[in-house]
Design a protein around this ligand. Structure first.
Ligand code: GN1
Ligand code: MG
Length: 369
């Protein structure tokens, strides 16, 4: 979207000061995000995020924004109750001039704005190992602060988001439909998921049977969804709240590790570089459990290592499904981007299979500590 189009949107939001500059932030595979700079009359800078909600992915933007407002208010109150200034610790929605949580430009273009967390960075890969410990602590804290939030008040912004059994059936349907004519080249990849069908559905089945508790979870815990303070190196704010909804603590844990403890980026085409770094695994686990070990049930703790495998398989399968469908869901930067991502995550899942015992030992160490 060009600069002038962005400028036309700005008068619809309650921003302070006058507009100076806008730049696109090239992160995220779903929404499109701009960083806005405003100037107050006294010369001070005010920064905001303006984001186009992807309504192909999020079909109910009203529901998404209601969830986000409720959850962010809850977190802000929790910090204030602890005497912590919440201004850089939680995203806050900037209302539109007519008091709505987002601006509907037309049927398929919805925009919302947030405060910008300044002097902090969302890393695509941890730059220092401590960042990953910090991410673990932050996502653990996020979950802990929401343990007393009434889950029934939240809508499912993407129904069955991490339900890997339903994801498998959707994958099978895509294979059968073969809309983009790509299936004949993908025999090995397709076989991979049939071979792992049972292992992959373990969390979904345990939730269904009531063996795992339903909690308010983030559901998209990539390392670039946590802001690290540039000065202190501490994680200060969890972002990207579109998928906050009832789920399992294991989704957050598994997704964070499969994305941040891999030795290669999620879309690195050199699959020989992909493996699970056990030191990084340990750092995140230590941070996460320092916040939630007294909250999690024994069944959740037991499944932690396997959740990493399950979510790696899930992502591999979602990327492959999208490739088979003709790239409708994830933004792609090369024609085979989704296939590369799928194969990359398959390589990661395979490596995890050989490390589950060592992962279990590490989890036990910090669950008891
Ligand atoms: C999407 O947009 P981003 O990068 O925060 C996706 C996640 C995937 C991730 C993979 C709503 O998140 O589930 O793990 O890409 N979000 C949605 O890179 O599908
Ligand atoms: Mg994101």
């Amino acid at each position: 979207m060009i600069y002038e189009d962005i400028r036309r949107l700005l008068p619809h939001f309650r921003f302070d000061g006058h507009f100076e500059d806008a730049a696109e932030i090239n992160a995220g595979n779903i929404n499109t995000t701009y960083h806005l700079i405003y100037r107050l009359p006294d010369g001070a800078r005010r920064e905001y995020l303006l984001q186009r909600i992807n309504t192909y992915v999020f079909r109910d933007p009203d529901g998404v924004m209601r969830n986000i407002e409720a959850v962010t208010e809850h977190i802000a109150r929790a910090y204030e109750a602890q005497g912590v200034d919440s201004s850089r610790r939680v995203l806050r929605v900037i209302p539109t001039t007519d008091g709505q949580s987002f601006f509907k430009q037309n049927e398929d273009s919805c925009w919302r704005a947030y405060n910008y967390v300044d002097h902090a960075t969302a890393y695509n890969m941890p730059e220092k190992p401590e960042h990953f410990y910090e991410a673990g602590r932050a996502f653990g804290e996020f979950q802990r602060l929401l343990t007393d939030f009434p889950a029934a008040e939240l809508i499912e912004t993407i129904p069955d988001f991490h339900n890997t059994l339903k994801r498998f059936y959707a994958f099978v349907a895509s294979v059968a439909a073969d809309k983009a004519g790509r299936v004949r080249f993908l025999e090995d990849e397709i076989e991979f998921f049939f071979e792992r069908r049972r292992a992959m559905s373990e969390i979904a089945k345990a939730l269904d049977a009531g063996r795992l508790p339903v909690r308010v979870t983030h559901n998209d815990t990539k390392i670039n969804n946590v802001m690290i303070d540039d000065e202190t190196g501490h994680a200060i704010c969890v972002i990207d709240l579109d998928t906050v909804m009832p789920g399992s603590a294991l989704y957050d844990y598994g997704d964070a590790i499969r994305s941040g403890a891999s030795t290669a980026a999620e879309d690195d085409p050199d699959f020989s570089k992909v493996s699970l770094d056990l030191n990084m695994f340990e750092l995140f686990t230590r941070g996460f459990l320092s916040e939630v070990k007294d909250i999690l049930t024994p069944a959740e703790i037991e499944l932690m290592p396997r959740s990493v495998h399950i979510i790696a398989c899930e992502l591999a399968m979602r990327f492959l499904t999208d490739y088979i469908d003709g790239d409708l869901y994830f933004k792609i930067r090369t024609p085979d981007h989704n296939l590369v991502r799928a194969r990359n995550q398959m390589a990661l899942a395979k490596d995890i299979e050989s490390k589950l015992d060592r992962m279990q030992a590490i989890v036990r160490k910090y669950a008891q500590a």
